[in-house]
Design a protein around this ligand. Structure first.
Ligand code: NAP
Length: 261
């Protein structure tokens, strides 16, 4: 791929939420898997963590440390896009967080946390996608971290489940729209994964979540494999595949009752 000045474009992957958990794992696995990339551009708030990931990555990382709920990180990122006009081969939107508890309780504890959740999980993901799309070409991929929580409403995880339904719905529609451009969109819908996610969200209260906890390595491996196979959804493990089928077959009322057992 060439720039207007006939220079070869740099081929990059972009990973948000790269400082821990699945985002970090995406960086390491993309580096090991895609030998034809020049750099991975990573975004998260904890610069020290990103620097440690850079030491372990096979590919050089370009670090954008900043809060995706605030403007400066987008400014730095947009400047880099304009300057380098890279060929974005992959965008992984992994930044996100959840918080369990009743909507009212959470609101009393931390007034803005639930609107920030919508801001990060939905708005920032959409904004990153819109910024990257002009730099994507046939064969480029978008991998959006949704969740099995996207499959049905979840009382006591209400806002989080709703944000992930947004991610799933947005990814599916975008996938259809981008077919003519040859860009592949995959929504990743894991069940519980053993990452620092639970330090923020609170420990899973449901024993089924403890029982079905997956490791980030295999979940990300599957997601990259599914993206390569141009799949719409990446659902890791039999329990979550069965959960998905169940949420397609059973009415919401019943699903809500089962969750309250
Ligand atoms: N773990 C699970 O059970 C699970 C299951 C299904 C889906 N998911 C989804 O998978 C994605 C990755 O989660 P994870 O499990 O890997 O959790 P994690 O280890 O807590 O990672 C979350 C990432 O998001 C970044 N982040 C949080 N707030 C940010 C902000 N305001 N600005 C920029 N970056 C921010 C964090 O970096 P900084 O703190 O350094 O900013 C971190 O790198 C999330 O979207 C999550 O909803 C998780």
């Amino acid at each position: 791929m060439y720039t207007e000045r006939n220079e070869v474009r740099m081929r990059v992957a972009i990973v948000t939420g790269a400082s821990s958990g699945m985002g970090r794992e995406f960086v390491l696995q993309i580096g090991a898997l895609y030998k034809n990339l020049d750099e991975i551009w990573v975004i998260a708030r904890r610069k020290g963590n990103l620097e440690r990931v850079a030491e372990q990555s096979r590919l050089p990382l370009r670090i954008f440390d900043g809060d995706l709920l605030k403007k400066p990180v987008y400014k730095a990122f947009c400047e880099a896009l304009c300057e380098d006009t890279p060929d974005i081969r992959m965008l992984v939107n992994a930044a996100g967080f959840g918080r369990s508890g009743s909507v009212e309780e959470i609101s009393m504890q931390r007034r803005r946390i639930q609107t920030d959740m919508v801001g990060l999980n939905c708005q920032a993901l959409t904004r990153m996608t819109l910024l990257c799309l002009p730099y994507m070409h046939p064969g480029s991929r978008i991998v959006n971290l949704a969740s099995a929580a996207a499959f049905c409403p979840q009382p006591y995880f209400a806002v989080y489940a709703a944000t992930k339904s947004y991610v799933l719905s947005f990814s599916r529609s975008l996938r259809e729209e981008l077919k003519t451009r040859g860009i592949i969109v995959t929504a990743v819908c894991p069940g519980p994964v053993d990452t620092p996610f639970f330090d923020v969200s609170g420990k899973p209260q449901n024993f089924l979540k403890e029982l079905t906890m997956a490791q980030p390595g295999p979940v990300v491996h599957q997601a990259l494999k599914d993206s390569r196979k141009r799949k719409e959804l990446s659902i890791y493990g039999l329990p979550m595949k069965l959960t998905y089928a169940g949420t397609k077959l059973l009415p919401h009322k019943l699903l809500l009752r089962i969750q309250n057992l």
